[in-house]
Ligand binder design. Sequence first.
Ligand code: CUA
Length: 333
Amino acid sequence: MTPTPRPARLRYRHALWLAPLLLAACEGRQSALVPAGEDARILGDLFWVMLIGAVLLWIGMNGLFYWATRRSPAPHSQTLANWLVIIGGILFPTVTLGALLVYGLSIMPDLRATGDGPVIRVTGEQWWWRVEYERADGTTVTTANEIRLPAGVRSTFLLDSKKVIHSFWVPSLGGKMDMFPGRVTEMTLGPERPGIYRGQCAEFCGESHAWMAFEAEVMEPEDFDAWLEAEAADAMPPEGDLAQRGAALFLAQGCGACHAVRGTPAVGRVGPDLTHVGSRHSLAAGRLGTSAEDFARWVANPGAWKPGAEMPAYAHLSDAQLAAIAAYLEGLE
Ligand code: CUA
């Protein structure tokens, strides 16, 4: 017996379920359509202008097609054909593209405005972000995988890369900018609405490209100043037996050769600076949370969470040793 084919109407109804799923991707803290800053707002407007224009053109072209094939299918006069070419083929595209060019050029000065806020150097590593704040007194505050910005001023980003091309992108705040080894690119962003947004590397850079994310927290200016002041301070000494044992193990295992914990003998520059890692929103460039369990999971086997990660696995450590190191790192607030 041959199966009865499903009525087409039913299949279309099922396809409608996809619509909310597709729209759901436009929500949230990593959406170019929910702007939280000046640049994202300008780019969002550009998107809507282009989309509405494209829909109107599509309707117009299909209307013309319908008219020519159904309403008036007989051959047209030479005069009408000439006017169609002059208006539809020359005048309309020239005026439309000219207007779009003027609009596109008019928004560029705002997107390229010079920064009046903090200067932040961000370097793309395999696969994490080195973040350095250049302070007015000439000192630098180093952190990683998290960028905090004051609302209401334009921050300047000096973008660099260690080995391959990455791309710096916080969709809620603005456009993306490539990061090249050996060449510093510059962009400014003017965040307006405080909140925590998600950034993502937007250029394929190797095995763990998809796991190369970061948090961008927009803060009230006074909160930002207080945070930067705290971030500039040395690490807090470990509290409690477990964390103290962890601190000793951290040094004994050689972690300080790659990681810096300011105020301790750990001064490595290869991996992320861990001085205040316990106060960050995520671990391993957005891959894990910041609970003690997450730290232990990461240290035991980074490659399991981030394929190709340069940090070796510390699988030889016992659960108790991992728990001690995790307690130490979690306490570095
Ligand atoms: Cu870095 Cu993709």
